[in-house]
Design a protein around this ligand. Structure first.
Ligand code: BGC
Length: 697
């Protein structure tokens, strides 16, 4: 039955699939000449098994930076290039549809899968996703936008009821999907696990038919997330065309066999066959264009070397320089003392279905060595030895995660004595301290020490290093190898530089080394706010009520998500949305604003007035007049990443913003308020360099 897929027995990766490790397939119907079509994750690169039984060859795929880091590039071309590279791997490994991109909004920094999502802002999310989808689909394979919608936590994700106003849905949680659907025509959409205002997303006709198809004109097909929802008949009626992975009753006793249930519903007159025809038509309409239908002879040999370069370039544009007290870039001769076990156990990305199996991951230590940086050898060896010893203990041994990926317990970081640190401070020129975090599917992060906050041992290490190196007039840089914000305000004074290197995929180490020596001038900007403290976060009730087993999560903060909240309610973040430093300086000038019919034209120039070549992300925020509806202080309505500007060079930037995009949803319709609007152009949401106005009546 075409409306029910195949994914068992590997649950999330079927070892018996035509492409082992792919998350699922559609049912073949040989009688009608319909082949099965292969579906595989995910956002940071294709996830399939790298090895096959009885087969000497390997099937590794490139590990690209995680989505949050891709969004930090603010560069549509980078996203398109990454999409093209992933798309080639999808096609050449015999897969038809990539289960990505993921577009859920960063409602709370602790969502365990935030690294798989782009941003707290729907415009940035939608633009990045659309560029990625276009790239992937240019290779003749499909994408699947997920998880539709308002799946902003992992805790109880399969049953939690997300209660959220239609305004917040339309303006924040659905908006990114809408942009991507309209602009890039994805082949498929994956409905989310959670309930939305009382109904499972996969059984929610309003969401899947009214909004997605009637309002946005989506033409592809909808599949469930794996094992989502409880009622196959309701799923069919709601417009959820395909149920994945099929046979879900085997692991969920609350469910009946989908095929039996659908057949008996038709027989008993509970389900009109026209609905099934409609759903089958939606699915087939897409599948006929897939490589499997066209009997494409894939090579199993994508160009992994070329794609490694794409992954590197994406990482190079996504690193965010958060602090630089005259320490970076470093001369190549500087002697480096590298602290923290993350230098060896560098985190390339998160766990779960968003994991990848690349040929290699360049750790931070390896990257520095590869680029010829002078890393203190003894200190590196001490780390390697410590890690080996600790991992041999049961408590710290590496276990297997939910998707077969390694689960690596965090190691205490303050294993060096004060005297030992002092010795390195005497002989080396600068200290780097790596702080790593990993999270993933199936659980949320914790608002405690060791996750959102530094653990005591991490803080001890940083204090020791800072004290010792500063005593000798030497500087300290923290490298944050993380997938989602952590608290920085209480310790940032201990560091002279902070580099947010995110989880940059297989090339993490090379990217880091090249940023340190200035071969790469950082040009990433934050796609999500770093709050000063967890208590400042607006989604105070995350992950819902009751806390230990939430059945319901109420999005009380409404549209005030991320900077929309911090800016409107005067809460100062540690690092604001859109923030990121460079090794050079940019000046903004000549803002012009004009109204033309249904849009606003904005132009300005960005000049490099510093001494090194660099790229700048110019952001345009609009502040609406006070009208009948509540409005955030400002909202991102456009952005542009410049080309590499040499010192003295300038780029003219032109943008057009549709008036419709300035409207707000009043619960029934989109409303555009009269009055004077302020155009705010800047280098971050709180570093506005130019302002202008226009009036609407
Ligand atoms: C995840 C999806 C993924 C699917 C198949 C689910 O657990 O939520 O994002 O595509 O598994 O692996």
């Amino acid at each position: 039955m075409l409306v029910v897929g195949v994914g068992m027995p590997g649950f999330f990766d079927n070892p018996h699939s035509r492409v082992p490790g792919a998350a699922g397939e559609t049912h073949p119907i040989p009688r009608l000449g319909i082949p099965s079509v292969v579906l595989a994750d995910g956002p940071a690169g294709l996830r399939i098994n790298p090895k096959r039984e009885g087969d000497e060859r390997s099937y590794h795929a490139t590990a690209f930076p995680v989505e949050t880091m891709l969004a930090s590039t603010w560069n549509r071309e980078v996203l398109r290039d990454v999409g093209r590279a992933v798309g080639e791997e999808v096609r050449e490994y015999g897969v038809d549809i990539l289960l990505a991109p993921a577009l859920n909004i960063h409602r709370n920094p602790l969502c365990g899968r935030n690294f798989e999502y782009y941003s707290e802002d729907p415009l940035l999310t939608g633009e990045m996703a659309a560029a990625f989808v276009k790239g992937v689909q240019s290779r003749g394979v499909g994408t699947c936008l997920k998880h539709f919608a308002a799946n902003n936590q992992e805790t109880n994700r399969m049953l939690v009821d997300t209660i959220v106003s239609e305004r917040a849905l339309r303006e924040i949680y659905l908006r990114g999907f809408e942009i991507a659907v309209r602009r890039s025509k994805p082949w498929a959409v994956m409905s989310a696990y959670n309930k939305l205002n009382g109904k499972y997303c996969s059984q929610n006709e309003w969401l899947l038919t009214k909004v997605l198809r009637a309002d946005w004109k989506f033409k592809g097909f909808v599949m469930t997330d794996w094992f989502a929802g409880v009622d196959p008949v309701e799923q069919m009626k709601a417009g959820n065309d395909m149920i994945m992975p099929g046979k879900t009753h085997q692991i969920n006793p609350n469910r009946k066999d989908e095929v039996e249930e659908i057949v008996s519903a038709v027989r008993e007159g509970r389900l009109n066959e026209d609905i099934l025809d409609r759903n089958v038509k939606n699915i087939l309409g897409v599948l006929v264009g897939s490589p499997s239908f066209e009997k494409y002879k894939y090579s199993d040999k994508p160009n992994l070397d070329a794609h490694a370069r794409v992954a590197y370039r994406a990482g190079a544009e996504g690193v965010v320089l958060l602090k630089n007290g005259g320490v970076l870039p470093l001369g190549k001769e500087a002697k480096i003392a590298l602290f923290g076990t993350g230098q060896v156990e560098t985190v390339k990305g998160g766990t779960g279905s968003g994991n990848t199996h690349p040929r290699y991951t360049v750790s931070i230590l390896e990257g520095m060595r590869k680029r010829g940086l002078r890393v203190d050898k003894e200190l590196a060896e001490v780390h390697v030895k410590y890690i080996d010893e600790m991992r041999a203990k049961e408590e710290y041994s590496i276990k297997e995660g939910m998707f077969g990926e390694p689960f690596v317990p965090r190691l205490p970081q303050d294993f060096l004595s004060e005297e030992e640190v002092e010795r390195f401070a005497e002989r080396d020129d600068v200290a780097f301290v790596v702080v790593s975090r990993i999270s993933g599917e199936g659980y949320d992060r914790s608002p405690e020490k060791g996750d959102f906050y530094l653990s005591d041992d991490e803080r001890n290490l940083l204090e020791r290093v800072s004290r010792a190196f500063r005593k000798h007039g030497k500087k300290v840089v923290v490298l944050m190898n993380i997938g989602s914000p952590i608290e920085v305000a209480s310790w940032r004074d201990l560091a002279d530089g902070i580099l947010l290197v995110w989880q940059a995929g297989q090339e993490t180490g090379t990217v880091v080394a090249d940023v340190i020596i200035g071969k790469i001038n950082p040009s990433g900007k934050l796609p999500t706010t770093f709050p000063k403290d967890y208590s400042d976060v607006p989604s105070w009730n995350f992950p819902g009520e009751p806390r230990d087993n939430p059945q319901k999560v109420i999005y009380d903060e409404g549209i005030y998500v991320g900077y929309r909240y911090y800016d409107t309610f005067g809460v100062e973040p540690a690092y604001e949305f859109g923030f990121g430093l460079s090794y050079t300086k940019f000046e903004y000038k000549n803002l012009e604003v004009s109204k033309t019919g249904k849009s606003i034209k904005i132009s300005f120039a960005v000049a490099n007035v510093g001494s090194l070549p660099g790229k700048e992300v110019a952001q345009v925020y609009i502040r609406a007049p006070k009208g009948a509806m509540d409005k955030p202080y400002q909202e991102l309505k456009g952005f542009h990443k410049t080309r590499l500007l040499n010192p003295g060079e300038a780029e003219e930037v032109e943008m057009e913003i549709g008036l419709k995009d300035l409207s707000s949803f009043d619960g029934k319709r989109w409303v555009l308020e009269d009055g004077e609007y302020e155009v705010r152009v800047g280098a971050s949401s709180r570093d506005i360099r130019l302002t202008g106005t226009f009036t609407l009546d």
